[in-house]
Design a protein around this ligand. Structure first.
Ligand code: ZN
Length: 475
């Protein structure tokens, strides 16, 4: 099977993917906290790892992808209180929105999407193991993880102790034995409308006095859910780069100390989506929801989904990605270029041998740290060469590449007539230009042509009248 290399945050190197059991690849990715509609930044790991799974499956690997849903969290309690809803109702509503918004991308679902609220048995048992092995302690109803009990703590994020802030503010500060420690369990508070009784999940007499009813900390949820679905030592753990510390450092440490083994072989992290140079965040108020971006992405349905996937895959997954309406429009033009090429190819026929190197370059790029911009460059090189042929070429290679990227159902652009549906403003300008030419007002015709170019269209005058062609871009 083809050798795959991926960048591992822990070693800081490109490492070969070596599945433990034959061709089986197990992937766990930290999914959204469901307290509001997900934004385009949350959609990035969803798209990156769903497409990575498609690529590995295409090569013959047997892939299991788990993306969890965090449905117990401070942010959910706060947002529910603001809206006057119960935290359970808000989380259920926002989970439905998350499923609908990501369904609209047409990439299917992960193999499992566990909820923290439905994984309490595994979470409580995990905490108990950490207490019994001396890596955790209870105090005043809470349970804390003892960071200095793990000599390898810090190996993932490569931070010095001085740079480590668990981000828990004053929560339990006076009960922690060390300020570095973090909460595995938080005793219930008045402002929180859900709580779980640890005794219900443990054998009789096994629950320490000092462990009160309450709810789990975020980090232990992921260690427990990942292990119960995939085991320990699975192939890939993924998530956004903002999760490296403290979330993933803590996940890794919990599993290492409880099981004496590393949670995952490779830690993959995607860069942030940034609006005008800043990380998108609710606190900054520069958020675009996935739903809004899909609306911005042109014709509803497959076309909009392909535009959003194209936008997210045009950047390398490890790099920050700029977000603006212009970036989305640019991605849409790339989709039009492919749809325009699909109009001219011979559907269902094999591709010419002299174009096979583009397909090769496409798969080579994905095999080397999942380089989607390089793979797209190979796909567009194929499109350019196909467009330059006198006779239509077979579309098999192009269709194969599109399928790996989650765009198998891309439809050929219909000639001229459909411009009306795609871009009514452009269609109107084209009609005005035709009229200006009939009136021999060439100055106005030229001005209208310039306006069309600004909108991303080139005008091609042919024997049957003028036609609009999407402006070529480099992918
Ligand atoms: Zn997580």
């Amino acid at each position: 099977m083809r050798q795959i290399r991926l960048h591992d945050t822990m070693s800081g190197e490109l490492v070969p993917l070596h599945p433990r059991e034959g061709g089986r690849v197990r992937i766990y990715v930290c999914g959204p906290t469901v307290y509001g509609r997900i934004h385009i930044g949350n959609a990035r790991p969803f798209v990156v790892f769903m497409v990575l799974k498609r690529f590995l499956a295409h090569l013959g690997y047997e892939v299991t992808l788990v993306i969890n849903i965090t449905d117990i969290n401070d942010k959910i309690y706060d947002a529910a209180r603001e809206k006057g809803l119960s935290s359970v109702d808000l989380a259920a509503q926002m989970k439905s929105c998350y499923l609908a918004d990501t369904d609209a991308l047409g990439l299917g679902r992960p193999d499992a999407e566990p909820l923290a609220s439905e994984s309490m048995q595994a979470i409580v048992s995990y905490i108990r193991t950490l207490m019994e092995t001396g890596h955790a302690y209870s105090a005043g109803g809470d349970v804390f993880f003892s960071v200095r009990s793990d000599p390898r703590y810090g190996v993932l994020s490569h931070r010095s102790v001085e740079e480590m802030d668990q981000g828990e503010g004053i929560h339990g500060a006076e009960r922690k034995r060390d300020p570095l420690d973090f909460a595995l369990w938080k005793a219930g508070k008045e402002a929180e409308d859900t709580s779980w009784e640890p005794r219900e999940y443990l054998p009789e007499g096994a629950c320490p006095e000092q462990w009160a009813a309450g709810r789990p900390g975020w980090h232990i949820e992921c260690s427990a859910m990942a292990e119960s679905l995939l085991g320990v030592g699975f192939e890939i753990h993924g998530g956004g780069s903002d999760l490296v510390f403290p979330h993933h450092e803590n996940e890794a440490s919990q599993t290492r100390t409880a099981r004496g083994e590393e949670l995952a072989q490779i830690w993959m992290h995607n860069g942030m989506v940034r609006a005008a140079g800043e990380k998108m965040a609710k606190s900054v108020g520069n958020i675009a929801s996935l739903r809004e971006v899909l609306d911005l992405a042109g014709e509803p349905g497959a076309h909009a989904a392909h535009t959003v996937i194209m936008y997210l895959l045009r950047g390398h997954y490890r790099q920050p990605l700029a977000f603006s309406a212009a970036e989305v429009l640019d991605a849409e033009r790339s989709v039009y270029r492919i749809r325009d090429a699909l109009r001219r190819v011979a559907a269902g026929q094999s591709s010419p041998a002299e174009m096979a190197h583009h397909r090769q370059a496409f798969f080579d790029a994905l095999a080397e740290d999942f380089n989607t911009p390089k793979a797209l460059a190979a796909l567009f090189a194929w499109v350019r060469q196909a467009n330059s042929q006198a006779q239509p070429v077979g579309d098999a290679d192009l269709r194969e590449m599109l399928s790996v990227l989650g765009m198998a159902d891309m439809q050929p652009l219909q000639a001229a007539g459909s411009i009306e549906a795609i871009d009514p403003q452009a269609a109107e300008l084209l009609r005005e230009r035709e009229k200006a030419r009939r009136d021999r007002d060439f100055e106005r015709a030229d001005a209208l042509r310039e306006q069309l170019i600004a909108l991303g269209w080139q005008v091609r005058d042919g024997p049957d009248g003028a036609e609009l062609i999407p402006t070529p871009t480099e992918g």
